[in-house]
Design a protein around this ligand. Sequence first.
Ligand SMILES: *Cc1c(COP(=O)(O)O)cnc(C)c1O
Length: 349
Amino acid sequence: MPTDDAQQFASDNYSGICPEAWAAMEAANRGHAPAYGEDVWTARAADGFRALFETPCQVFFAFNGTAANSLALASLCQSYHSVICADSAHVETDECGAPEFFSNGSKLLTARTTSGKLTPEAIRALATNRSDIHFPKPRVVTITQPTETGQVYTLDELRAISATCRELALSLHMDGARFANACASLGCSPAEMTWQAGIDVLCFGGTKNGMHAGEAVLFFDPDFAEDFGFRCKQAGQLASKMRFLAAPWVGMLESGAWLANARHGNACAARLAQAVAGLPGIELMFPVEANAIFLRMPPDRMEALRARGWRFYTFIGGGARFMFAWDADPARVDALARDLEAVALDRAA
Ligand SMILES: *Cc1c(COP(=O)(O)O)cnc(C)c1O
């Protein structure tokens, strides 16, 4: 039976802060620094993003993903516009209406999907369904990379979506709460997956990547960034001690931990997927392409797994979800695999 401090894989934000982020925060904690982002750490983090993305993008820092997504979307549309997303998108299902709230009412238009991926066809159907004055005008598309169920859009899929967006005069936002895991999965550069593929704005998640908190909002088109600082301040997202939101990014970007952490999480997901392949009554609900695994299994098997001390959520699609963070211990992953095997075979016996 695991003890209370044994690792659980219910969420990737059960994890703590990775050493690289922690060390940078400690370094930033020596002495005083100007407030509200006027400090050297904030400048260095923003420069780090520009170097990593190989482009002079505009960079902002928010406390969490809900705020980053909502404010980014609000900057791309007016209140009478609408935002196209997948039905399982975090902005639709897990942000308590914040995208609508911060945009003063821009409506989310959802496409039914199984993988959480939007397609050019689904976007076109929603964008062209209505053009009359009585319906909010489609103006933005938001995609999650990787999706909430751990699927990764390929570069070709991203390019096809952005071509459709350009044709229909829609701007394109990427919710990258696990952006690093997608980069690790595709083995491509951050530039290739964003502005080179036609993404206008990216929310790059730091929390699930190993930081204490914080998401970066990157604008690849400076026009959209106009007044964004005011929007952040009004929404309560301007940190006075900004250096503590910025410094961990310096640690993550300059050390390469952003990518190494993601690679590790992805590898642990692949490790569990391999270990449970073929177990009776347990099946993968989605291909494992990032750091998530969703297992379909009978409810009594889930109870048996919980009785062995494992925690997991079932809120997406009814399956057991396991997420692997930067510090996932392979020995604990193997322990989970053994317990899954035990509950599966007990059923089969
Ligand atoms: C975790 C997550 C977010 C951010 O959530 P917060 O709790 O607001 O930080 C955004 N999008 C996706 C897909 C996520 O998984």
